[in-house]
Design a protein around this ligand. Structure first.
Ligand code: AMP
Ligand code: GLY
Length: 421
């Protein structure tokens, strides 16, 4: 097949790498990064109508969308109007991530367990509700805020200030003029991914992300500094509850809403006293979760996404490798505060055969300049290790980290600690 992947991060690189290793397809990336050009061809057509025309002219058989913004903007609708096969939700279904108010109302309407909340555009209503709540209090801007729209307030005054700043448009512009105020859930967080075709679904092994910049989950939030899967923090009972109480009613509900869900349903779960409660939905893969899940699939990734895009998941028996994956993000010096000076990346030759066979790099914030690979983004690359235990996978990921060099490189040293303690 000719396969087009939209996006430029480690997530898109890892989808591309998995398909590249199938040795059967031509890959295109829009816009891709300085390393995806080694897997296929990077193209640069930003307008979705022009891109759809290009896809038709170049006989693209399947398009896979990585990030949420093009989904919320309706790229899937435009491609489908052009009779193209594309894996991802329509703009209407992408509202599950595009609007927290929409998402919370769907959860409520279809009785899916989530934190108690109100949604409002009114400052007084927000403040009155905050007065009735226990601490801490969670305040969320409705729209997409690049992961920054959630405030966990330790006092009522802090919660009220956050609500007022969002509602006035001061914090997040239009994305914050409608808000969700909700109770704080105390438990452990999981990322569960369901590949959906509107009707059927396949659940991938549960992963755990590490959102904070510092060891021991300290410091500011990032896009994610590392992940591992499958996590032993999930048992069959939790998977069963997530399928029965969350995935099935969501797919059924979205059909009733006239917006059947096709694509990756990313379920952000908080497990509280053994009960899975939904924090949020995203409508795409997590990054860096994708970087460890793609290589754990024995089923060809192209087949999984193609069947997902053509409502044939019921015909697929998904196979997962019986091993663990750990991914450690290497970020640039000033991440997540500010950008850093571009720096050349040198990767030592991996002489240890065990390591070479059980690890690889997924490239994210990189550019190719005069034959050199440069670190240009915040999250630069992910070192991924595999093994029969989380510890072995983790050790390999860190061994690989030691082979990567660029000025200012940094990473967390405790990825997967919750599974190993
Ligand atoms: P969200 O974008 O809704 O996933 O929120 C970002 C992060 O904030 C989540 O990954 C959680 O770590 C945290 N968070 C969000 N909502 C809650 C909540 N109700 N209770 C506790 N933590 C939360
Ligand atoms: N790793 C979390 C996310 O992609 O949102």
């Amino acid at each position: 097949m000719n396969i087009l992947i939209l996006g430029s991060g480690g997530r898109e690189y890892s989808i591309g790498l998995a398909i590249y290793k199938e040795n059967a397809h031509n890959l295109f990336f829009m816009p891709g990064n300085g390393a995806t050009s080694e897997l296929g061809e990077n193209i640069n057509i930003k307008d979705y109508n022009e891109l759809a025309q290009w896809a038709k002219d170049n006989s693209v058989d399947l398009t896979i969308v990585g990030p949420e913004a093009p989904l919320v903007d309706g790229v899937v609708d435009i491609f489908k109007e052009n009779d193209l096969t594309i894996f991802g939700p329509s703009a209407a279904a992408a509202q599950l991530e595009g609007s927290k108010v929409y998402m919370k109302n769907i959860l409520k309407k279809y009785n899916i367990p989530t934190a108690a909340f109100i949604e409002t555009t009114n400052e007084k209503e927000a403040h009155d509700f905050i007065d009735t709540m226990n601490l801490p209090i969670v305040v969320k801007a409705d729209g997409l805020c690049a992961g920054k729209g959630v405030i966990i307030a330790q006092s009522k005054d802090e919660a009220k200030d956050a609500a007022s700043d969002m509602l006035s448009g001061e914090s997040f512009g239009d994305a914050g003029t409608s808000i969700v105020v909700e109770e704080f859930l105390d438990g452990y967080e999981l990322s569960i991914f369901a590949i959906c075709d509107g009707e059927n679904y396949k659940v991938l092994p549960a992963a755990q992300d590490h959102k904070r910049i510092g060891d021991g989950d300290t410091g500011p939030n990032t896009g994610g500094m590392g992940a591992y899967a499958p996590t032993p923090l999930v048992n069959d009972e939790i998977y069963r509850k997530v399928e029965e109480r969350v995935i099935k009613p969501t797919l059924e509900g979205m059909k009733q809403e006239g917006a059947p869900f096709e694509g990756v349903l990313f379920i952000g779960v908080m497990v509280v006293n053994g009960e899975p409660i939904i924090l949020e939905y995203n409508v795409r893969f997590g990054d860096p979760e994708c970087e460890i899940l793609m290589p754990l699939l024995e089923t060809p990734v192209s087949e999984l996404f193609y069947k997902g895009a053509t409502r044939q998941l019921d015909k697929l028996d998904i196979k997962i490798k019986k091993e663990f994956g750990v991914g450690v993000v290497i970020a640039s010096e000033n991440y997540p505060y500010s950008s850093s000076k571009p720096a050349e990346i040198i990767v030592d030759e991996i002489v240890d055969e065990e390591l070479a066979a059980n690890s690889h790099i997924s490239y994210a914030g990189v550019a190719s300049e005069d034959g050199k690979l440069m670190a240009t983004g915040g999250r630069v690359l992910v070192c991924v290790g595999f093994g029969p235990s989380i510890k072995e996978a983790r050790d390999r990921a860190y061994e690989l980290c030691g082979q990567v060099h660029f000025a200012g490189k940094k990473c967390r040293s405790d990825i997967a600690y919750q599974a190993l303690k």
